[in-house]
Write a protein that binds this ligand. Structure first.
Ligand code: COA
Length: 146
């Protein structure tokens, strides 16, 4: 969980722990534990040399599959790990009955938007203050039904 807390901060700049800036807050870790415990079939990790270098966690609410978090260690980005995790996630969301996949990206992570476009997500909107005051989100969606 410690390694995931460090990866999670990459995807969640709003949840950075002030006392330990290399990881997310304990409060945010509660979310991650919730997803891992309740949607374990929607959570995947990537390992290299027995170290966790990436993870993805999701949730299905009705017909909507939500990609809650996806992050790859900075040292391992750009090597296809994120794509591998995303493929697994999209298949798992479909298997759980989701017809649409959705993700809310913190504005500071807008560099990840092309990554989602590679999977045929499209921007469907934005939400001001989504993650707290000043922490706006870009919303992307993709139809899963084929
Ligand atoms: C977004 C992220 C998960 C992608 O993982 P990755 O392992 O680096 O991605 P891949 O190596 O599989 O790249 C897949 C494609 O996305 C593109 N891509 C990935 N990150 C990109 C970026 N920051 N800017 C532009 N393109 C990017 C790659 O160029 C690649 O395109 P290609 O297939 O045409 O070569 C990773 O960069 C990351 O953890 N970023 C920080 C956290 C974050 O922003 N998470 C998403 C918001 S919740």
């Amino acid at each position: 969980m410690e390694k995931i807390a460090k990866l999670a901060v990459l995807a969640n700049p709003h949840a950075r722990d002030e006392n330990r800036p290399d990881r997310v807050t304990e409060e945010y870790m509660k979310n991650i534990r919730y997803w891992l415990e309740n949607f374990s079939e929607l959570a995947f990790i990537a390992e290299e040399d027995e170290k966790v270098v990436g993870y993805v966690a999701g949730e299905v609410i009705g017909k909507i599959g939500i990609i809650e978090d996806i992050a790859v260690a900075r040292t391992h980005q750009g090597r296809g790990i994120g794509s591998m995790l995303m493929k697994k996630e999209l298949n798992a969301l479909k298997a759980k009955g989701a017809e649409v996949a959705m993700v809310e990206v913190h504005y500071k992570n807008s560099a990840a938007v092309p990554f989602y476009y590679g999977f045929k997500f499209r921007i469907s909107g934005f939400m001001r203050n989504r993650f707290g005051f000043g922490h706006d989100a870009i919303i992307l969606e993709k139809i899963l039904k084929s």
